[in-house]
Design a protein around this ligand. Structure first.
Ligand code: MD3
Ligand code: FE
Length: 207
């Protein structure tokens, strides 16, 4: 389960009920005050994934309280039940109680059949607290690299619906990406009939 130091994969960690609740909640957030959208990068590129945020709004490459790059509206709060899910995942991954894990932002990414995410580091947070990732829907190829370079060595892992992944310690600033989604591999019983949802919980270190 430990893919690299501090990077712990928890296959099938979410129950079907939890996945269904998350799908329902993500639908509401996606059509909330700040609609889910393809993020536009500073140099004009458009991300193939669609994203909606809670707690803090991520715009490349900073966090804000209002979605200035979308419609200027305040970002909805991160609900305590979702933060609790993050604490439970951290506790399961590291075998401690993780009472101290207090995520203040969630990024929700939706991948259609063709969406990908290039190798990158998450460096916009001012905290080295772990990131918790929850996957729902179609499986994907997840590429976990190293902290030094954007290139090899990397470890490829298939992420399936219901998987959790905790990235802390030495893995927190490793390169990672999603080169491919596997269409038609999800369980429609989650409520998601196509594509992949990924929810990441983060500690921004901002106030
Ligand atoms: C390792 N999301 O939102 S989740 C992202 O599946 C992001 O949507 C991907 O990369 C997705 O930034 C990958 C796994 C993940 C997320 C954050 C990490 C791995 C990470 C932060 C640090 C190290
Ligand atoms: Fe990332």
């Amino acid at each position: 389960r430990e893919v690299a130091p501090g990077a712990v994969h928890l296959p099938g960690w979410l129950t079907l009920d939890e996945q269904r609740r998350l799908v329902r909640a993500c639908r509401a957030w996606a059509t909330g005050p700040v609609p889910m959208r393809h993020t536009v990068l500073p140099r004009g590129g458009v991300m193939s994934v669609q994203t909606v945020c809670l707690g803090w709004h991520w715009q490349p490459y900073r966090y804000t309280r209002t979605a200035d790059d979308v419609n200027g509206r305040p970002v909805p709060p991160l609900p305590e039940w979702l933060a609790d899910l993050g604490r439970r995942a951290v506790a399961e991954a590291y075998g401690d109680r993780a009472d101290a894990y207090e995520p203040d932002a969630a990024l929700i990414n939706f991948y259609d059949d063709r969406a990908t995410m290039g190798l990158h580091q998450d460096k916009d947070e001012r905290s080295d607290a772990p990131v918790v990732s929850l996957s729902i829907g179609d499986a994907c190829l997840f590429r976990f690299g190293n902290t030094e370079t954007r290139g090899r060595p990397y470890t490829d892992v298939r992420l399936e619906s219901g998987d959790a992944f905790v990235f802390g310690g030495p893995s927190r600033f490793a390169y990672h990406g999603v080169p491919k989604v596997h269409p038609g591999t999800g369980d429609p019983a989650t409520g998601l009939t196509s594509g992949r949802l990924n929810i990441t919980l983060r500690v921004t270190g901002l106030r």
